[in-house]
Each structure stands twice: as structure tokens, then as C-alpha cells.
Design a protein around this ligand. Structure first.
Ligand code: SAM
Ligand code: CA
Length: 219
């Protein structure tokens, strides 16, 4: 017994999935399709998708933001948990990646909830702010280019209502955040982790889910 978070070996991870994972068939199919993709490792894990879906239901989120869509698994997980009039402002720059997503969103009956914006996320977020959308969102998931995270975090903090939740992915970056940074992505994540730790605008929890997931609740 230990009070520290367990390291999961393959057997225990398999146990976790077989004893908790509940996927829509479209999620299972999208994971199988993405596993064949050269960049398939960018997809969030299924248990993280399920956890984010639970967060959506727990918080009663309706209006959400996703930064970094790829083949659409995280958006699909969130969209399935949103009410029928719920909404995702889904930001990505890649038509190639996101066009894989659409048939699965359609198969799951959630495509009407997902507003895909193909443009640099910062431009999309700044346009929403310029349109007066500050304070109108309940939830945001940040999972795009790591050097952009700090700017996305600041925009999301403005776009969220007080009590809204930001989930930030890859905050442990394969463990490299604990070492001396050897590239810009690692340095950006280290800087953001340091900043969030002392950021009094939020309540904070850094979870060892997937590659590290920080939850930041706007005060
Ligand atoms: N959340 C996705 C999932 O569950 O499968 C994974 C997202 S993947 C790690 C990162 C995505 O960010 C890629 O699809 C990439 O095209 C996108 N991206 C990179 N730079 C971007 C930018 N400046 N604005 C918007 N999206 C960007
Ligand atoms: Ca990620």
C-alpha cells in the first residue's frame, strides 16, 4: 500500500479499461481508425475521454471550447455528454486530420453540436472575444501546439464564466517537465505549470491522467 498514485502496468491498465470503459460504438470505431494513423499517438486515451465526459455532466456544461481536435475523439467524448443544445467551438488548423472526424461525429448523432473552426486557435478565440463572448463558456479543453498553451489559457480564462473549468492536456509531457528543458515545447509546459501553481485566478488540480491533465476552475 502506498499513498502515492499507482504506476499502471499493462495488466492493471487492461483491468481499468475492462472494468470501467463505456464507449459509444462510434468512439470505439474512431479509436480503431486513428490507431492506424501515423500521428495516432496524439489522441487522448479512452478513459480520459470518459473522465472529460463525466466532468461535462458534473458541471452541467453547455457551451464549450476545444483547442486541438485532430481526428475528433475528445470532441466526440464531450459532445456525447453535452445536452442536445450543447455546443463545442472546435479549433484546429488541419483539414486533413479533422475531416477524418466528421463521419464518426455523424454516426454518433452529435455533429450538430460541433462548430469546427479551421484557423489558428488564437484567431478563433480572439474573434469570439471581439464578438463579446467573454464569460459565455462553461468548459475548455486545451490540447494543441504546446508553445501556444499560455495564450490559449489566457483567452479561455476570459471566455469562461466564473466557476467554469479549463482542462489542459500533456502537462507532464512524458515526464520531461521534471528535467532541464531541451526544446521549446517542454519549456512552454514548464513555464505554464509554474504559472498555474501560483495563479490566484483559479482553483487547481494536476492529475496523472494520460500524459498529465491539469484542471483549472475559474474563480
Ligand atoms: N484532442 C485530440 C484528440 O483527442 O484526438 C488531439 C489533438 S492533437 C494532440 C493536436 C492538434 O492541434 C492537431 O490536430 C493540430 O492540427 C492542432 N493544432 C496545432 N497547432 C494549432 C493551432 N495553432 N491552432 C489550432 N490547432 C492547432
Ligand atoms: Ca494531448
Amino acid at each position: 500500500m502506498s499513498s502515492r498514485t499507482l504506476n499502471l502496468d499493462d495488466t492493471l491498465y487492461d483491468y481499468l479499461l475492462t472494468h470501467s470503459l463505456r464507449e459509444h460504438p462510434a468512439q470505439t470505431a474512431l479509436r480503431a481508425a486513428t490507431a492506424k494513423h501515423a500521428r495516432g499517438g496524439m489522441q487522448i486515451s479512452p478513459e480520459q475521454g470518459q473522465f472529460m465526459a463525466l466532468l461535462i455532466r458534473l458541471t452541467g456544461a453547455r457551451n464549450t471550447i476545444e483547442i486541438g481536435v485532430f481526428t475528433g475523439y475528445s470532441a466526440l467524448s464531450v459532445a456525447l455528454a453535452l445536452p442536445d443544445d450543447g455546443h463545442i467551438l472546435a479549433c484546429d488548423i488541419s483539414d486533413e486530420y479533422t475531416s477524418i472526424a466528421r463521419p464518426y461525429w455523424e454516426a454518433a448523432g452529435v455533429v450538430h453540436k460541433i462548430d469546427l473552426q479551421l484557423a489558428p486557435a488564437l484567431a478563433t478565440l480572439d474573434a469570439r472575444l471581439a464578438a463579446g463572448a467573454a464569460g459565455q463558456y462553461d468548459f475548455a479543453f486545451i490540447d494543441a501546439d504546446k508553445t501556444g498553451y499560455d495564450a490559449y489559457y489566457e483567452r479561455c480564462l476570459q471566455l469562461l464564466r466564473p466557476g467554469g473549468l479549463i482542462a489542459i492536456d500533456n502537462v507532464l509531457w512524458g515526464g520531461s517537465v521534471a528535467d532541464v528543458a531541451e526544446d521549446d515545447d517542454t519549456a512552454a509546459l514548464q513555464d505554464l505549470n509554474r504559472k498555474l501553481h501560483r495563479d490566484e485566478r483559479i482553483d487547481l488540480s494536476m492529475l496523472p491522467v494520460g500524459d498529465g491533465l491539469t484542471l483549472a476552475r475559474k474563480r
